[in-house]
Ligand binder design. Structure first.
Ligand code: KIV
Ligand code: NA
Length: 265
């Protein structure tokens, strides 16, 4: 695949090729992630936590998401860029949802939007899809509803919630979403859903039986020491690496080691 499209992802699922997805929120990171060969870059509203230091994803605004997304789009060459619609930009009515999605597409140059929820936001998803904007769904642990859930623990362990999840996943497929994220649900349930629909299911904390995986880039690079859920695999310890580099720099400045003869004009 020279350039990843929503169609490529559907083809990957059909051919049994797993889909790789990571978040990015800025140009430099997007460029690195894209060159490393990622399929999908998600401009997640996790920017609210990771970039801005908020406790939840709720405070980030549509304007802020557009700023992050436009930066990412400039850094991405091959990957499909999916942008989260932030809390408050699509829940009140379908027209507002469409307006928000249009702003993201026009002002950031992103390729698709992602919305949290199933049946409740059915009309909004329809409207956005009717405008020709690809939609990725997001079910399971949906962080914009954290105050309803009360905790970030695994969702859909009870049968009733699991049944609603299956119904919602089928609905998203039927509406025409090109893919969907399942966050923090039992692996068995996630696999069952992935096997029962034809659009690719991307998991985070949803086990290996789905069609692709997504992680928050800062988490998988080990930039955040405080966040250690079971589903997170750390590929680096950038927190340690960066801290030691920075304290070395501080020492070098203090000791007048930096800059040396060759590092000046
Ligand atoms: O905002 C985000 O990073 C996400 C992923 C965790 C799926 O929605
Ligand atoms: Na998100």
């Amino acid at each position: 695949y020279k350039k990843i499209t929503t169609k490529s992802l559907i083809d990957m699922k059909a051919q049994g090729e797993k889909i790789s997805m990571l978040t990015a929120y800025d140009f430099t990171m997007a460029k690195i992630v894209d060159s490393a060969g990622i399929d999908v870059i998600l401009v997640g509203d996790s920017a609210s936590n990771v970039m801005a230091g908020h406790e939840t994803t709720l405070p980030i605004t549509l304007d802020q998401m557009i700023y992050h997304a436009s930066s990412v789009v400039r850094g991405a060459d091959r990957a499909l860029v999916v942008v989260d619609l932030p809390f408050g930009s699509y829940q009140s009515d379908p027209k507002e949802a469409l307006r928000s999605a249009i702003r993201i597409m026009k002002e950031s140059g992103g390729h698709a939007v992602k919305l949290e929820g199933g049946k409740e936001i059915k009309e909004s998803i329809k409207k956005i899809l009717n405008a020709g904007i690809p939609v990725m769904g997001h079910l399971g642990l949906t962080p914009q509803s954290i105050y309803k859930f009360g905790t970030y623990t695994v969702r859909a362990k009870e049968e009733q919630e699991a049944l609603k999840l299956i119904e919602d996943a089928k609905l998203l497929e039927k509406l025409g979403c090109f893919s969907l994220v399942l966050e923090k649900i039992p692996a068995k349930l996630a696999q069952q859903i992935a096997e029962s629909i034809s659009i690719p299911v991307i998991g985070i904390g949803a086990g290996s039986g789905v069609d692709g995986q997504v992680l928050v880039i800062h988490d998988m690079l080990g930039m955040n020491n405080e966040f250690s859920p079971r589903f997170l695999r750390r590929y680096m310890n950038l927190y340690e690496g960066m801290t030691s580099a920075i304290s070395q720099y501080v020492d070098d400045v203090k000791s007048k080691d930096f800059p040396n003869e060759k590092e000046q004009y």
